[in-house]
Design a protein around this ligand. Structure first.
Ligand code: FAD
Ligand code: 8RB
Length: 480
């Protein structure tokens, strides 16, 4: 048991889970969170009372995909079962083509390999309750506005704009992609920050539940198959939809922010400034989706365009005084659905390292970055690559052939082949391993398909032998 006080900045998803993990291990943990307590906050707007579980599902439904890495961290906090009770299983991607046809591409080999759609509000509430129960102390409406590392003091600002100084314990910043602690650290010493904008933005829209008195479809109250992550791939852009427990879906449009001069005809948010222009675009590009969006005009005009970028830092910590974790250290683009999962995995490693060596925070923070950064670099890269896969490749015959051959090899030689998506989403294999192994497997599949016009022409017996000869077995004890 250590009495070393820890000062956590940010009580979002990663901050709340880390607070629970550290408090449970006997650390004294204090959390400063900019926003009001989401368990008490009253939301303005009509959506307040919606939801089957009013105590948890308040506000606009924003959902996240939870996969094995995140679930594993929640299991270690004793929260996995409770979270899954509020989640919708997604077995695969449902790809909707331009003609209005849809087909399911499974994510895993069976229903043990699925991802889960869970509301951010539900998750945050459960995490805050658990962290408080473990002994962490939360201070809401307290925003970090500066840090004096010489005097070991932080500046906090309340909602009325009043500043105060507070002594800093070991500082840990889980204050998200726009981290104030990161800015305060950089004022002290350069962190080597690099922010790479994707050049695409996003906008959220909503498919409401269907009317229970007129179900009119086999999935009621869901307007679409509930147990899938829906994708409308359109080449340079796409829409996706994730199910919510109460029958609605949160739809996200991903689109370039601006049109490049060389692509005069390409679409972008700049060319679609309002719902009038956007509805013409949707009628042409997403004709089967638009009718499911009764509040399209209002959603489009009132929801902002979000920006997307990847954050890289050379340093995550200032000696043993301050460390960044989660999005504050390594924000990524959303296309692998791993931002939260990765941040949750961070908390497992960090709390483990701290528990083992509470008196040497400089050593622990350095070790944390040393172990973790190759993996966060790898998921940053795979997230970027998965955008192209989702918006483009999922409808490409050559990609589908490679996928099919991969599945056949995985069935014949499960110790030697596992699709990269499965390594990322359903195992605890390091992200850097998944990236490297995925490259080697893809090269082999390409080679096997080079001389064949279709998968049926591939000699599977020979292909399996070649796979087993050229790649070492997977370290499958990491399987979730
Ligand atoms: P955040 O969740 O951003 O929390 C930061 C907290 O710090 C907030 O509570 C904030 O109020 C607080 N804070 C900020 N500044 C200060 C300050 N100065 N002082 C005190 N407190 C402060 N990830 C997935 O794995 N799967 C998904 O499907 C997925 N979907 C997403 C959908 C959307 C719309 C978005 C935006 C992100 C999604 N992500 C997803 C990514 C995921 O949300 C993030 O990776 C994750 O929330 C990171 O957690 P965090 O605690 O580091 O940051
Ligand atoms: N951030 C996701 C996947 C992979 C799906 C697949 C993709 C929305 C913002 Cl874009 C996206 C995935 O390969 O078939 N799993 O989970 C979640 C995703 O977007 C989330 C909802 C999102 N994240 C800003 C918007």
């Amino acid at each position: 048991m250590s009495q070393q006080p820890i000062t956590l900045i940010g009580g979002g998803l990663v901050g709340a889970l880390l607070a629970q993990q550290l408090a449970r291990r006997g650390f004294s943990v204090e959390v400063f969170e900019k926003r009001p307590d989401p368990r008490r906050a009253t939301h303005s707007g009509a959506s307040c009372a919606r939801g089957t579980s009013p105590s948890l599902d308040v506000g606009r439904s924003i959902n996240l995909a939870l996969a094995e890495r995140g679930l594993h961290a929640l299991r270690s906090a004793g929260l996995a079962d409770e979270v899954l009770r509020h989640a919708v299983m997604m077995r695969g991607r449902m790809v909707h083509d331009r003609a209005g046809n849809s087909s399911l591409q499974r994510y895993g080999v069976d229903d043990s390999e699925v991802i889960w759609s869970v509301s951010r509000n539900v998750l945050n509430t459960l995490l805050l309750d658990a962290a408080e129960a473990a002994g962490a102390r939360f201070h809401f409406g307290q925003s970090l506005s500066g840090a004096d590392f010489g005097r070991k003091s932080i500046q906090l600002t309340d909602p009325g704009g009043v500043h105060r100084q507070h002594p800093m314990g070991k500082l840990i910043g889980a204050d998200g992609a726009g981290s104030s602690l990161r800015a305060a650290m950089q004022a002290h010493i350069p962190l080597g920050e690099r922010i790479e904008a994707l050049g695409h933005g996003y906008k959220e829209l909503e498919i409401p539940p269907t009317d229970p008195r007129h179900p009119g479809n086999r999935h009621a109250p869901f307007a679409l198959e509930p147990h899938a992550l829906h994708i409308w791939p359109r080449g340079g852009y796409m829409c996706i939809a994730l199910p919510n427990t109460e029958g609605s879906f949160t739809v996200t449009l991903f689109l370039p922010t601006h049109t490049l001069p060389t692509h005069e005809t390409a679409s972008s948010f700049a060319q679609l400034p309002d719902a009038d222009s956007a509805s013409v675009f949707f009628r042409a590009q997403f004709p089967d989706l638009l009718p499911l969006l009764p509040a399209f005009a209002d959603d489009y005009d009132t929801h902002p365009v979000g920006s997307l970028s990847t954050l890289y830092l050379d340093r995550w910590h200032l000696g043993g005084d301050a460390l960044l974790i989660g999005d504050a250290a390594h924000a990524i683009v959303p296309f692998h659905g791993q931002g939260m999962n990765c941040g949750f995995e961070d908390t497992v490693l960090l709390s483990h390292l701290l528990a083992g060596n509470a008196d040497d925070s400089a050593g622990v923070f350095a070790e944390f970055q040393r172990i973790r950064q190759p993996d966060t670099d790898a998921i940053a890269r795979m997230a970027l690559e998965n955008y192209v896969e989702m918006r483009d490749s999922v409808a490409d015959p050559h990609y589908l052939a490679r996928r099919e051959l991969g599945a056949l090899l995985a069935a014949r030689a499960p110790r030697h082949y596992m699709a990269r998506y499965r390594m990322v989403s359903f195992t605890h294999l390091p992200y850097a391993y998944a990236l490297e192994r995925g490259r080697a497997q893809d090269a082999l599949l390409e080679q096997l398909l080079q001389d064949a016009t279709c998968v049926a022409e591939v000699d599977l017996e020979a292909a399996q032998k070649q796979l087993e000869r050229s790649l070492p077995p997977l370290p499958l004890q990491h399987h979730g």
